[in-house]
Ligand binder design. Structure first.
Ligand code: NCD
Length: 534
């Protein structure tokens, strides 16, 4: 077990496993499924944890049938101890925090927690919290957390079983995949996980079929584009069929009425119509087409109607059965029972942040003459002592720049002094903002970090006796955290103050210059992450 890279790992989002680790996983599931079909007890035993003291704990704060029951039956396969927290009668209802609840349960020698909740990013946070708890209490092992669906965010184990089923149907071929995602792409976490999940295929084409009210959120479309997928959008099944170029794999989802606001609910019949398969479409499908669905289907309004159950289109029943095989393998890997022979790269995302320098001091000694303050002209009287922050929001509209300068000023705590804000226009026609503050300002390293997070690509000039004595250039920090006035805009995120969990916000820079919340993954611009709003 010593070299088993899967041992004790949490699965909070699909990217917690590297592409190669996922491919290894799928091959293991195929092996297990074959052994089950053949009654090959020797192979099955090689997968089994076989330890009645190995504690697996299910905590489902939202309803579930398949995910919960397949995990419970998978735990039974392993001859492990399986428990369930009775959420409706637990102390969470007395106002206990999630961290306290789960920490206490890990003290009772539970090794794996399976958690479903409407709080997004909960597992990621619990995984961090439990590290400190385990150390404080000298527990022999830190428990692992499996995300069984967190709000609208992700559902990584569903992603594994969906992809395993696609692979079964294309002969375990990782070279390419063309799939249509149909239904409630806005609320459905199973389709959100596909934005990173489908990276296991070398070439991916995704067709998104949903009316605008239920469309895939931009950040997931962006992620798909970034991951090199070809993405097309259609507002109804009819439009899609008319396009002529259609997939043979169709992944349907249910309109998640429980998550919709009143305004959308009023239009539910119309919305449902555009994403429900109809008899008249039958002749228009391609040879070999298969339908999938994470389930449940609505008994009165299924997006895949029941007259299709007994046809070759039915891939969704086998998909649900595969759920248990996938979960057996996942538990076996986390317990370290299998996985010793894996030797590829570990996890897809490197969460360690490089120590890159994003505040650069400009060397003024190389200049021939000392930089004179009167360079900051445009009608503002040059200042003798104070600070000038220049190049703010270059390229934005004047109104946007003004309101962002107000935000910078209040977050930096330089609201009360003399001075002003100015907008100038460069020879390239672009606008930029300048903040002038005459007086005594002592900016510590933490203030400079705050400035970089608030105004990347600006310059800070510290002026003494009419000369620029120090000058700094800021760049986008790789990570923004450790400031009291940060706040994720997603109210369902575990780090949002309305959740009352006291989780400090953290944001990680994305490849395209956004800041993703470290917990719920929501994309923000650097202007949107502050409790003071501009
Ligand atoms: C899905 C879920 O809960 O995210 N169901 C599931 O896990 N099989 C989809 C849904 O509820 O519609």
């Amino acid at each position: 077990m010593s070299n088993n890279v899967f041992f004790g790992r949490s699965l909070t989002v699909i990217e917690d496993l590297s592409i190669d680790e996922r491919r290894y996983f799928f091959n293991k599931v195929a092996q297990l499924k074959k052994a089950i079909a053949e009654g090959d007890e020797k192979t099955l035993d090689s997968f089994r944890i076989n330890d009645p003291d190995f504690g697996i704990y299910e905590v489902f704060l939202e309803d579930s049938t398949r995910t919960k029951e397949s995990f419970r039956n998978a735990a039974k396969f392993h001859h492990a101890k399986v428990s369930e927290l009775m959420c409706s009668s637990s102390s969470i209802n007395k106002g206990e925090s999630y961290a306290d609840t789960f920490n206490m349960l890990s003290g009772y020698s539970n090794r794996i927690f399976i958690v479903r909740s409407k709080v997004e990013g909960l597992c990621r946070y619990l995984d961090e919290e439990s590290r400190a708890y385990t150390e404080r209490n000298h527990l022999p092992v830190k428990p692992a957390f499996i995300n069984a669906g967190d709000g609208k965010h992700e559902h990584p184990t569903q992603e594994l079983l969906d992809e395993f089923t696609f692979l079964e149907d294309n002969g375990m071929d990782f070279s390419s995949l063309h799939v249509a995602l149909v239904g409630d792409l806005y609320h459905g976490r199973t389709v959100h996980s596909k934005a990173d999940g489908l990276k296991v295929f070398d070439k991916v084409k995704v067709d998104l079929i949903a009316p605008p009210e239920l469309a895939m959120p931009d950040s997931y479309v962006e992620k798909m584009n970034e991951n090199g997928f070809e993405v097309r959008s259609f507002s109804s099944i009819e439009d899609y069929l008319d396009s002529g170029d259609i997939a043979t794999m169709w992944y349907f989802t249910r309109p998640q009425l429980e998550r919709m606001g009143e305004r959308i609910l009023q239009k539910q019949d119309e919305l449902r119509k555009s994403i429900t398969f109809r008899r008249e479409f039958m002749g228009r499908l391609k040879e070999g087409t298969r339908f999938y669905h994470p389930l449940p289907r609505h008994k009165e309004h299924p997006t895949i109607p029941t007259f299709l159950d007994n046809t070759p289109l039915n891939g969704w029943e086998r998909q649900a059965i595969n759920g248990m095989y996938c979960r057996i393998v996942l538990l076996g890997l986390i317990a370290g029972r299998i996985g010793d022979d894996y030797s590829g790269p570990v996890r897809g995302v490197d969460r360690t942040i490089t120590d890159e320098e994003y505040i650069v001091q400009v060397d003024l000694s190389k200049k021939k003459a000392p930089a004179k303050v009167k360079n900051y002209s445009e009608g503002v009287h040059p200042i003798d002592n104070g600070i000038v922050i220049d190049h703010i929001c270059r390229g934005d509209r004047p109104g946007q720049i003004r309101s962002h300068m107000r935000l910078i000023s209040s977050v930096l705590g330089i609201d009360d002094g003399r001075g002003g804000e100015w907008i100038s226009r460069g020879s390239d026609g672009q606008y930029k903002g300048i903040i002038f503050r005459p007086g005594e300002y002592r900016l510590e390293r933490k203030d400079l970090k705050r400035l970089a997070a608030l105004a990347p690509d600006c310059t800070l000039n510290i002026i003494k006796d009419g000369e620029v004595k120090e000058k700094y250039r800021t760049h986008m920090p790789p990570r923004i955290y450790n400031f009291d006035d940060l706040c994720c805009t997603n109210e369902a995120c575990v780090s949002h103050p309305s959740q009352g969990e006291g989780v400090p916000s953290m944001f990680i820079r994305t490849a395209d210059g956004h800041y993703a919340c470290a917990y719920c993954g929501r994309f923000h611009s650097y202007k949107e992450i502050w409790t003071h709003r501009s």
